[in-house]
Design a protein around this ligand. Structure first.
Ligand code: GCB
Length: 601
């Protein structure tokens, strides 16, 4: 009985915090403190703490007194346990930190004690770069929020809960998979759990700049965008400045705290548009009366014309590679640092790439920042992967929320040119409706980028390859995965097939490839040898040269990555071996085959 009461109280509180605004734009440019480091952690596979930690925002007398004995005792217990508990590093997945947690899927309770000196007139937020999959947090015993989805940033306001001196932040992270989740139960990557990315306490003025967008206008003659304030002084004078171009726009936000702008470049300005071989970013300052923030933003347009992709109006061939958000190194695990991003993109650079597909979910923000700075075009996607509960409205809301959060975080990154809403989803009317809604949503939120999905090819008669998925009528690209020579026939099949397409749009092969273990040599006919992979890449490249309208590709994949579906002992050992480099960064021979082709393009 007592338990039921408490769970009901908790459920009411949670539904109230589900529809939070997107995370604060450019969180790293804000004042505050990092909460990264060593956290206490209690592993709780049976969800005991869920009923014991006192996470109610404002206990009503009824629930509080009815349950007083129950959860006061339990609170002491869990507080005691935290002091005696082991630790986990944040950021970091738990799977690669403790041997016992390698396969763990369930709840871990984290606690971080930190000192604060809150000042009147300021507001405070706990900002999470990402935690997989469901997060519930409390500060000093008060619930501050809940978030679903493992790969996007979110923040919880703590202005009322933060106190001078020591504060206790408790975070429950649960990475159990759900049939109606996004992704669903079955994926081909490791379900890394935990507070996988950085956490910060942000300190902003009472009325602050929550969000903004600045981009090159479609005619490339000026910039346009908007600013959104949050707080009580919503109507303010705001300026948007690009000092290097001597641009300074004066605006006044409306009663909702919003102002939009579109301004031409000064007449004699010579503007460098962002592109892979000159990833110029301009300093942008947004200055309100009560707050200011600055960012580095590149200016570029992307569009299509028939089967061409145009960057700043000029045709570009996308020499790409697919990447998972995993750390380089033998231990693997989730990536989170600028160094991880630089090492990974360093390999992509050596391969000759100007484009990366960040599969199959939004990668950590440092990766996007690094791609923006180093000049890699980006395909970014949400984990609507394989089978999804297409009929379930909550599943749709979850997918849409992840899409919204992805776009909100990265809309100011010039590097992102493609938003992708799905990967290899089996066809049905329900799925077409679900993905059609996500595509409409993407176009509403961001009409300045291309929208796509990784589809699957069709073989309509032996050797007759095409794309027959109706979804292609809704996307800007004909993008699909194909594994001719690996899952589909022998390597020679690449030379036997012919490709045609019913629609004139740019063709992007979003996956191709096969497995090989680094250093495993043998006959070119033997799968999982380096020789087989070389032959497969050579044949695929011959085939690509004959694909009409090909505008680029992102072979699968840059680095071997962990997957519980890949158990072949001595070869896979829990790694999908389709990388062109091993998990340690050793280059397989096929790396140089693709490199040679890219260098010739
Ligand atoms: C695919 C999936 C990707 C898998 C890959 C494979 O089509 O999109 O997530 O990892 O095939 O290796 O089978």
């Amino acid at each position: 009985m007592k338990r039921i009461l408490l769970v009901t109280a908790l459920a009411c509180c949670l539904s109230a915090v589900l529809s939070a605004a997107p995370a604060i734009q450019n969180a790293y440019a804000r004042a505050g403190q990092s909460l990264d480091g060593t956290w206490r952690a209690i592993v709780d596979p049976y969800e005991n703490g869920y009923y014991s930690y006192r996470m109610v925002p404002m206990p009503t007398p009824q629930t509080f007194f009815a349950d007083r004995h129950f959860y006061e005792d339990q609170t002491k217990l869990i507080e005691y346990d935290f002091d005696a508990a082991g630790t986990l590093e944040v950021p970091g997945d738990w799977n690669t930190q403790r041997e016992k947690l390698y396969y763990y899927e369930g709840t871990v309770w984290y606690r971080r004690l930190f000192d604060a000196a809150p000042e009147p007139g300021h507001r405070y937020f706990i900002h999470f770069d990402g935690a997989n999959y469901e997060t519930i947090a409390a500060l000093n015993g008060r619930l501050i929020g809940k978030h679903t989805g493992g790969f996007t940033a979110f923040d919880f306001e703590v202005t009322e809960q933060l106190k001078p001196g020591q504060n206790s932040l408790v975070v429950k992270v649960d990475n159990k998979r759900h049939a109606d989740g996004v992704p669903t139960i079955n994926t081909d990557w490791w379900n890394y759990g935990g507070i996988t990315r950085s956490v910060r306490l942000l300190d902003v003025p009472e009325t602050f700049i929550r969000d903004y967008e600045l981009k090159l206008s479609a005619d490339r003659k000026g910039v346009e965008g908007w600013v959104q304030l949050d707080g009580s002084a919503l109507s303010q004078a705001v300026s948007v400045e690009l000092p290097e171009l001597k641009m300074n726009v004066k605006l006044v936000t409306d009663a909702d705290g919003r102002a939009s702008f579109a301004i031409p470049f000064p007449r004699r300005a010579s503007v460098r548009f962002w592109r892979p071989d000159d990833p110029k970013r301009y300093e942008v300052r947004v200055v309100a009366q009560t707050d200011s923030v600055s960012d580095q933003i590149g200016l570029r347009t992307v569009s299509t014309q028939g089967s061409k992709i145009l960057l700043n109006g000029e045709e570009i061939f996308l020499k790409g590679i697919s990447i998972h958000d995993e750390r380089p190194g033998a231990a693997a695990g989730r990536a989170y640092s600028p160094e991880h991003a630089r090492t990974t993109l360093g390999w992509a650079r050596e391969l000759g790439c100007n484009f990366v597909r960040l599969a199959h979910y939004p990668h950590n923000e440092k990766m996007l920042r690094a791609a923006d700075e180093l000049g890699f075009l980006v395909w970014s996607e949400i984990p609507v992967y394989w089978t999804i509960a297409w009929d379930n409205e909550e599943t749709y809301a979850n997918a849409q929320n992840q899409l919204d959060e992805m776009i909100a975080r990265d809309r100011n990154r010039a590097c992102v040119i493609i938003w992708s809403v799905a990967n290899e989803t089996p066809r049905s009317p329900q799925r077409l409706d679900f993905l059609g809604r996500l595509i409409d949503r993407t176009r509403t939120l961001d009409p300045s980028r291309l929208v796509s999905a990784a589809m699957e090819k069709d073989e309509t008669a032996p050797g007759q390859m095409t794309l027959a998925d109706e979804l292609m009528n809704l996307t800007d690209l004909l993008s699909f995965n194909q594994y001719v020579g690996w899952y589909d026939g022998d390597v020679e099949k690449c030379d036997r097939v012919r490709w045609t397409f019913p629609v004139d749009k740019p063709v992007i092969i979003s996956e191709l490839g096969g497995g090989a273990k680094y250093g495993r040599h043998g006959s070119p006919d033997e799968r999982f040898t380096e020789e087989y992979l070389v032959r497969l890449y050579e044949a695929n490249i011959r085939m690509l040269e004959n694909i009409p309208g090909l505008a680029g590709c992102t072979p699968w994949i840059l680095k071997d990555f962990r997957s519980p579906r890949r158990a072949l002992e001595g070869i896979q050992d829990d790694f999908n071996r389709k990388g062109l480099v091993s998990e340690k960064g050793e280059k397989k021979d096929a790396f140089f085959v693709l490199q040679q082709w890219y260098n010739s393009k």
